[in-house]
Design a protein around this ligand. Structure first.
Ligand SMILES: Cc1ncc(COP(=O)(O)O)c(C=O)c1O
Length: 391
């Protein structure tokens, strides 16, 4: 089909580039502009740990720098890291994973591109949740795949096999992509809930993609992995969140046998390989448990504070925060337009948070997401600032 001309006369941008922005990143930019004027801003808009990268990882990176050899690696990653990730599955979950099924990726963000390209064809429909991680919907759109959004609520906060079957009957799905614990809600599937969903996907013949990026950031319950539940499921994970390594851009997938080579071919062509230094350093992340669990304990304190204070401040309908570092709540009587509310809260209280429209374009306008990935002191300050502002 012929593309439209732009107003300035040249060829227009593609239709599939017409995706929504990642609003949290836009709020971050606005918060940074405000900070640049000298104003104090407490950041609750992005899911980025404020704690530093673990010491062992920095040391490993220093050693790598001293050796000074960085090159292309194999597209699926260096064998030592693939083996270390596979060992992690045995240590953490008691699941045996063949290192050949582990693909190292440039953050989980690149993993989604690879997984979606390897598993689906243009036009295929993939179930995602609303509220949900905005990039799922937007990446699917950019890849000419069709997101089918299922609405969740604070009282029905997770997908059930029954709903999956219903939606498949209506939309003829090719796959389902679910994070547990989830962003923006923090709500987690129980091990039996996850197993039932994976089994339902299996029975329906559709691909289950399990985003496990918030594993090890769990406050209530147990996080089960889909690796080992089905030979056809794709598991995505990352060093960004628990491991405090967002800027290293490094993550991984556990792939079904038959997708290893397709993913390898696509990775070779799209990215060549993930950054060598990040791969070398990430091996040490699995030895930083003490340091990283202390960071998680700080989140647990912030979570307890927010779960107590946000309802007192007037926020309602909080989703269960089983894991991750988010609270997703309705504005209740505080307002009905979260974009306006968040802009005013940033300008007048110096607290940045992300309006729900980012996570749920249909029903999110009255909701807001607070990230408590910052330091416990900053989170306590944010609550004080909000309290003074809302009085
Ligand atoms: C659910 C979820 N998946 C994936 C990502 C992407 O993370 P990264 O590309 O840094 O691994 C995020 C980031 O916020 C997320 O919340």
């Amino acid at each position: 089909m012929k593309r439209l001309q732009t107003a300035v006369g040249g060829p227009a941008a593609s239709r599939r580039s017409a995706i929504r922005p990642f609003v949290a990143m836009d709020v971050l930019a606005a918060a940074n502009r405000r900070e640049a004027t000298g104003a104090r801003v407490v950041h609750m808009e992005v899911g980025q740990p404020s704690a530093p990268t673990p010491r062992a990882v920095i040391e490993a990176a220093r050693d790598a720098l001293a050796a000074g050899r960085f090159g292309y690696t194999e597209a699926l990653g260096i064998p030592a890291l693939r083996e270390r990730v596979a060992r992690h599955y045995h240590e953490a979950y008691g699941v045996r994973v063949d290192p050949r099924r582990v693909a190292i990726t440039t953050g989980s963000s690149a993993a989604f591109n690879l997984a979606l390209l390897a598993a689906f064809d243009a036009g295929d429909r993939v179930l995602v949740t609303a509220p949900g991680y905005p990039a799922y919907r937007n990446i699917l759109g950019a890849l000419d795949l069709a997101p089918v959004e299922v609405e969740l609520s604070a009282s029905a906060p997770v997908l059930t096999p029954e709903r999956l079957r219903e939606i498949h009957a209506a939309h003829d799905l090719s796959g389902v992509l679910i994070a547990s614990p989830a962003n923006p809600t923090g709500t987690m599937l129980t091990p039996t809930g996850l197993a039932a969903l994976v089994a339902a996907a299996e029975e329906l013949g559709i691909r289950y993609i399990s985003d496990e990026i918030y594993h090890r950031l769990v406050y209530d319950g147990v996080a089960a992995t889909a690796a080992g539940m089905s030979p056809h499921a794709i598991v995505v994970n990352s060093f960004s969140k628990y491991y405090c390594m967002t800027g290293w851009r490094i993550g991984w997938m556990v792939l079904p046998e038959d997708l290893v080579r397709p993913v390898e071919r696509i990775a070779q062509n799209l990215y060549i390989c993930p950054p060598d230094i990040s791969q070398q350093a990430a091996i040490a992340a699995f030895d930083a448990t003490e340091e990283l669990d202390a960071v998680r304990d700080g989140y647990a304190a912030s979570r307890a504070l927010l779960l107590r204070r946000l309802p007192e401040l007037g926020f309602t309908d909080l989703y269960p925060v089983d894991g991750a570092f988010y609270v997703y709540a309705s504005l209740g009587g505080l307002g009905d337009d979260a974009e306006v509310f968040a802009a005013r809260m940033l300008a007048e209280a110096g607290v940045a948070a992300t309006p729900g429209i980012d996570f749920d374009p249909v029903a999110g306008s009255g909701s807001i997401r607070f990230s408590f990935a910052g330091s416990p002191a900053d989170m306590a300050e944010a609550v004080q600032r909000m309290e003074a502002w809302l009085k």
